[in-house]
Design a protein around this ligand. Structure first.
Ligand code: HEM
Length: 431
């Protein structure tokens, strides 16, 4: 989005600067952020930890994330995903392992562990663990990525590692990346000397953002009907997501046994969205029914982007997870939320913790759908529930048509990773 004078708004310029990265991106971020708070608002649940007090779980972010007025944790605004390969053959050598450990520790020492500073995780793929003779312990469920629906054919990501950098400050994610790859000797004004330079090679760099108002500002990306995305939508499809009541807890996605206890698994998909169809073909009633359920649409439960819902999508309260088949027959439409809620565990809790965000990488809208779960099987089960294959061709529901949001999304890439506990995050051995 541009101003009347044809200039980029400040927030759009920050988004572009993160996407550009490098020293030019960093200079632009710092200039744009100077004299501002970087757009950080909201309550913080606890004080950020300082070095030495950090939790052993790399994925323990919620305690230091800001929350909205309903207590929902707010995913940091800016994200960089770095997929990289180890440059050596076979198992990783001890010098490389300890150098990387120092680089990660330096990054932690440079930034506050919070959304104001920097949050990050380092995960490893099944292909990485294939470098070793030993297998992963039974408590770790990390199969290679695969297609998970008859109608998808994603490219499968096999780089060794995935670094996820997140912050409310655009400059932090760009600078942290430069520090990690040995392109700067200071990070947040502090000296850094260790890096992954020479040890790993970046093979892919993906960027994204989330937060009220950001998608609407990027409505000049290919495929977004002008003015269609609501001004206050945090994601492109126009609804708020990630309510506290509809997420797995950090505890429940944590591996509890074996050498990787304290870790989690991470699934990353790149999903392309067809927003033109979503906004032009469908009425508001249909969009609510397809995203939530026909009952949500009929009873007008969702106002605007769903801010009125507070801390839950009301999927439990309405019991719509139990009416999927009936809705297919009677309403001719089933919702994404009601279908995915069928995958909940025996205690009625969602199995995956979603930390997804929007993207306009390559000039196209999409979602970097990143989720954490104890076992990749938890993701697979959730995705199968979302596929709605059981109601395809029931009533007015097709394989994709009127089957939640399937008609508007395409999974183009997928990868699975293990996020070890912090103490073992530098090139872990499988046992
Ligand atoms: C473009 C992609 C997607 C969009 C825009 C989207 C959006 C949403 C929204 C708005 C909700 C309801 C609010 C909430 O509970 O947070 C929701 C719920 C949910 N979504 Fe998605 N979603 C997408 C893809 C996925 C994928 C790929 C999965 C995993 C297979 C998934 C799993 C879930 C789950 C587990 C819930 C909560 C269900 C429950 O309450 O038990 N979503 N999503």
């Amino acid at each position: 989005m541009t101003t009347e004078r044809g200039e980029l708004t400040r927030r759009e310029a920050l988004r572009v600067a993160v996407a550009v990265g490098g020293s030019a991106g960093l200079s632009a971020c710092l200039e744009l952020e100077s004299g501002s708070e970087g757009g950080t608002t909201g309550e913080r649940t606890t004080s950020p930890s300082t070095d030495g007090e950090l939790p052993d779980r790399q994925h323990a972010w919620n305690a230091v994330l800001r929350t909205d007025e309903y207590g929902n944790p707010r995913t940091p605004r800016h994200h960089v995903l770095l997929l990289a390969d180890y440059t050596g053959e076979g198992p990783v050598g001890d010098d490389d392992r300890s150098g990387a450990a120092d680089a990660f520790r330096e990054l932690e020492a440079a930034y506050e562990w919070s959304a104001d500073g920097l949050l990050f995780t380092v995960g490893y793929s099944p292909a990485y663990f294939d470098r070793y003779d030993a297998s992963l312990p039974d408590a770790v469920d990390l199969p290679p990525p695969t297609a998970l629906a008859p109608f998808e054919d994603p490219a499968l990501d096999t780089p060794d590692l995935l670094v996820h950098l997140a912050s409310d400050r655009a400059s932090a994610v760009v600078e942290a990346e430069r520090a990690l790859f040995g392109e700067t000797d200071t990070a947040n004004g502090k000296a850094v000397s260790e890096s992954l330079a020479g040890v790993v090679e970046r093979v892919d760099r993906r960027t994204g953002f989330i937060g009220a108002g950001l998608p609407a500002e990027h409505d000049d990306a290919d495929g977004v009907p002008e003015g269609a995305v609501p001004e206050d939508a945090p994601l492109f499809m126009g609804f708020k997501s990630g309510f506290a009541g509809n997420q797995a807890t950090e505890d429940s996605v944590t591996i509890t046994e074996g050498p990787f206890a304290g870790g989690t698994t991470q699934q990353l998909s790149l999903i392309r969205t067809e927003l033109d169809q979503w906004y032009n073909q469908d009425s508001r009633w249909q969009r609510v029914a397809k995203m939530f359920s026909a009952e949500h649409a009929r009873e007008d439960l969702v106002e605007g982007v769903g801010e009125n819902l507070g801390d839950s999508s009301l999927v439990t309260e309405t019991g719509v997870a139990d009416t999927v088949e009936d809705d297919a027959f009677e309403e001719g439409v089933v919702g994404h939320t009601q279908k995915t809620a069928r995958a909940r565990d025996e205690d009625g809790n969602p199995r995956i913790l979603r930390r997804d965000f929007a993207t306009v990488d390559d000039g196209r809208t999409g979602v970097h759908f990143l989720s954490l779960q104890e076992r990749i099987a938890d993701f697979v089960r959730t995705r199968e529930a979302m596929n709605g294959t059981d109601v395809a061709n029931v009533g007015g529901v097709g394989t994709k048509n009127n089957n939640g949001i399937l008609q508007y999304i395409t999974t183009v890439r997928r990868g699975n990773f293990l996020v070890p506990p912090r103490s073992d995050r530098s090139f872990p051995r499988p046992q």
